[in-house]
Write a protein that binds this ligand. Structure first.
Ligand SMILES: *[C@@H]1O[C@H](CO)[C@@H](O)[C@H](O)[C@H]1NC(C)=O
Ligand SMILES: *[C@@H]1O[C@H](CO)[C@@H](O)[C@H](O)[C@H]1NC(C)=O
Ligand SMILES: *[C@@H]1O[C@H](CO)[C@@H](O)[C@H](O)[C@H]1NC(C)=O
Ligand SMILES: *[C@@H]1O[C@H](CO)[C@@H](O)[C@H](O)[C@H]1NC(C)=O
Ligand SMILES: *[C@@H]1O[C@H](CO)[C@@H](O)[C@H](O)[C@H]1NC(C)=O
Ligand SMILES: *[C@@H]1O[C@H](CO)[C@@H](O)[C@H](O)[C@H]1NC(C)=O
Length: 376
């Protein structure tokens, strides 16, 4: 009994030390974030790629400390802001340039024009599909394994990270709704197409799980028919909105389905990009026009001066939102109590739930230490 108590005490102290290190004195609420997606999250992965989906020139980055970086907005992306709220001092580095960065804190694989389907974005040139992003992640996992002393230790570490996946817009914008380049709309109904995308996404999530991922944040699609590029005569393009809503609904069900699987200890949350909590934001006077002058694909024209009152614009270019709007979105995703915004909980609750579970464990142990090994 005495011996057992000592083991428990040792475990307990070890646990408290670890707990303090991670959450009390630690700088960020999670040790690492890995980012998968498209131009909504890209931070420079397309810069040296043979594609015309690029943004490493002015006026992109005009409000970003480092200037143009390959982010498709004037300042920060939504996930940039979320990582700041989580307490990260530096932005998560793009896979294309991790030199000088601590990959243990995470890597950003997201790339403009990319989709879940391999062919998506081909019309813009070379592209880094979700499958390729996963392959890039495996390269990083190997590097992490050699830093931490083996794949087992790496996986244990990687199970604590957040995996943010925000992809699918281009499977509509640069695939299904571009019949001149792609045949998907003749093969699938919108419902079948969304189903096929969800299946392929699920396989990739499985692949992520195989290399340690356990905590997933999956973002639904925005109102794609309401980006300035698709608005005509003041009206949104409804077929695009309804097709992408089907995808988002299926994604939300997938979250439910995967959370209910008792066999896996993975956890998932869904972010609703069309939530009213975001739509009701105040202070945005221009909601249907881009702040910068637009080129062929809705991108800003190089070196052309953008609007001055960017804080009042929802859209920076014809298909990407401003830093000001991304702050609203990030804040809602992180901390909204609006039931429609995040499901089944917000990011704050998601990253804090382990801390809560662990501190309840401590409380229980302190109040009734015998109970935990009473059966032995
Ligand atoms: C790569 O990242 C480092 C550190 O963030 C930065 O100083 C450097 O300019 C980047 N290199 C390229 C080619 O973007
Ligand atoms: C939106 O802009 C990005 C970056 O230029 C591009 O990858 C994407 O294809 C654009 N969307 C559409 C509908 O063309
Ligand atoms: C826009 O409205 C005008 C006038 O009502 C109409 O002639 C035109 O066809 C409309 N364009 C589109 C793309 O719906
Ligand atoms: C998952 O569990 C929740 C809560 O118990 C339930 O409401 C939901 O219907 C289940 N969903 C699936 C897909 O099994
Ligand atoms: C997202 O929120 C909007 C508005 O609150 C709602 O109409 C829509 O159904 C939600 N989307 C999903 C996939 O739950
Ligand atoms: C989250 O919401 C609560 C209650 O609305 C608020 O007190 C808190 O400051 C918010 N935290 C962040 C980081 O936005």
């Amino acid at each position: 009994m005495y011996y057992e108590s000592k083991i428990w005490l040792a475990l307990f102290l070890l646990f408290v030390a670890n707990y303090n290190q991670n959450y009390v004195h630690g700088e960020s609420k999670v040790p690492c974030v890995f980012i998968f997606g498209d131009s909504l999250s890209d931070s420079g992965n397309n810069n040296n790629l043979a594609t015309n989906a690029k943004s490493n020139f002015k006026p992109y980055g005009i409000d970003f400390p480092a200037g143009p970086t390959g982010r498709f907005t004037n300042g920060r992306t939504t996930i940039d802001i979320i990582t700041q709220i989580l307490g990260f001092e530096n932005f998560i580095p793009p896979f294309a340039n991790t030199s000088g960065s601590d990959i243990l804190k995470g890597v950003n694989y997201a790339a403009g024009a990319a989709g879940i389907r391999e062919e998506t974005g081909r019309n813009r040139g070379a592209h880094i599909s979700l499958g390729l992003q996963l392959e890039n992640h495996r390269v990083i996992v190997t590097q992490i394994a050699s830093k931490l002393g083996g794949i087992k230790k790496a996986k244990e570490y990687l199970s604590k990270c957040l995996y943010y996946v925000n992809i699918g817009s281009n499977d509509y914008l640069n695939n299904y709704f571009l019949p001149e380049y792609y045949s998907t709309s003749t093969i699938y109904t919108p419902n079948q197409y969304a189903e096929a995308l969800i299946q392929e996404l699920t396989l990739n999530l499985q692949g992520l799980q195989d290399v340690g991922a356990r905590k997933y944040v999956l973002a639904g699609l925005g109102s794609l028919g309401c980006i300035p590029l698709r608005i005509s005569n003041g009206s949104c393009f409804e077929p695009l909105n309804s097709a992408s809503l089907i995808f988002s609904e299926k994604l939300k069900s997938l979250v439910d389905h995967l959370n209910n699987k008792t066999s896996s200890n993975s956890k998932f949350i869904f972010l609703n990009s069309t939530t009213n909590a975001v739509i009701d934001a105040k202070g945005f006077t221009v909601t249907t026009d881009a702040c910068c002058a637009s080129g062929l694909y809705g991108e800003c024209i190089r070196d052309r001066r953008p609007c001055a009152n960017r804080r009042e614009y929802v859209f920076w270019d014809e298909n990407h939102t401003t830093d000001a709007w991304n702050i609203v979105t990030a804040t809602v995703f992180y901390n909204s109590s609006y039931p429609d915004s995040t499901y089944p909980m917000n990011i704050k609750q998601f990253v804090e739930q382990d801390i809560k579970m662990e501190s309840e464990f401590i409380k229980e142990f302190i109040s009734e230490p015998g109970r935990l090994y009473a059966d032995e």
